[in-house]
Design a protein around this ligand. Structure first.
Ligand code: ATP
Ligand code: TZP
Ligand code: MG
Ligand code: MG
Length: 270
């Protein structure tokens, strides 16, 4: 597989088709994930009211469920949006922010995974470690480690939860339970800005909306995002200017530049 060409093709499709992405997300990242979605070339809408989420989910090409600042009403809305998306064949992308840090977060992520068909689960190693049963630790919204490496973790999560699992970190691993891809793009400045995991999830949703293979789409999205971060870091003085430059790089990268910058390889299968 030519990963560079595949990623470039998916980026062209996002920009041409401008898929609507319905986000039910957290208060910290509401603005930056909408802007990341726009910078990629897709169209964001944030909608949380129980009265409208099913209708909005049906109109979208992907739905993002992010439990970062959850409460009872938002969880009810996420279940309604997820059911409507499942019925309409719209892919659901779940970001289980802080699962493992509190019982509410763990229980809620488990419930969403049990009651909905989730296409892609994108989280850090601690979150995926907890949800997969492999073992992990989470402090607040940050990973504090997992009982297995990223490749084994992604594969186990995919097999046990019936999803494509994307475990991010210095290297990202994406698996459907059989194949595992490693994504080696990224920059450590991503760890110095809040919401960069949530933004990664938003970019994954935009690629999954136009792609036919969720594993391939998620890996290409993470490579694109990571490469944009590399470009942004070269122009930045620190976390503040890095965040601004990240939007510029996501927006400005050409398909040819992306094709040349992608660093993905199969660890298993493929
Ligand atoms: P955490 O709260 O533990 O940081 P998160 O939800 O913010 O988790 P990350 O695992 O940090 O998610 O992933 C967000 C993005 O940052 C991904 O694109 C990932 O590849 C990238 N990333 C994370 N850590 C590093 C690192 N040390 N070096 C390069 N890129 C990184
Ligand atoms: N608190 C609740 S949600 C949130 C914080 C700090 C943002 C987490 O974003 P990310 O992308 O997991 O760093
Ligand atoms: Mg992070
Ligand atoms: Mg996160």
């Amino acid at each position: 597989m030519n990963w560079g060409e595949t990623a470039a093709d998916l980026l062209v499709r996002v920009r041409r088709e401008r898929p609507l992405i319905h986000h039910l997300t957290n208060l910290v990242v509401m603005n930056v994930t909408a802007n990341a979605t726009l910078a990629v070339g897709a169209a964001p809408v944030m909608a949380h009211a129980a009265e409208e989420v099913a209708e909005m989910a049906r109109a979208a090409r992907a739905v993002v469920l992010n439990i970062g600042t959850l409460d009872e009403r938002w969880v009810d809305s996420m279940l309604r949006a997820g059911r409507a998306a499942n019925d309409a064949g719209v892919p659901v992308v779940l970001d289980p922010v802080g699962a493992g840090a509190t019982e509410l977060r763990t229980r809620t992520a488990e419930r969403l995974l049990r009651e909905l068909r989730v296409a892609v689960l994108r989280g850090n190693a601690g979150e995926i470690g907890v949800l997969s049963g492999v073992g992990g630790r989470v402090q607040g919204v940050d990973s504090a480690g997992a009982a297995a490496g990223g490749a084994a973790l992604a594969r186990a999560a995919a097999q046990r939860l019936g999803v494509v699992a994307a475990v991010t970190g210095e290297v990202d691993h994406v698996s459907d339970g059989r194949r595992v891809a490693a994504v080696r793009n990224g920059h450590r400045l991503l760890t110095a800005v809040t919401g960069t995991g949530c933004m990664a999830t938003a970019v994954v949703a935009a690629f999954v909306a136009v792609g036919s293979d969720p594993l391939v789409a998620a890996a290409c999205a993470l490579a694109y995002y990571g490469y944009a971060a590399e470009v942004a870091a070269a122009r930045a003085a620190g976390p503040g200017s890095f965040q601004v430059s990240l939007f510029d790089a996501l927006y400005g990268l050409t398909p040819a530049e992306l094709a040349a910058g992608v660093r993905i390889d199969w660890v298993e299968g493929g």
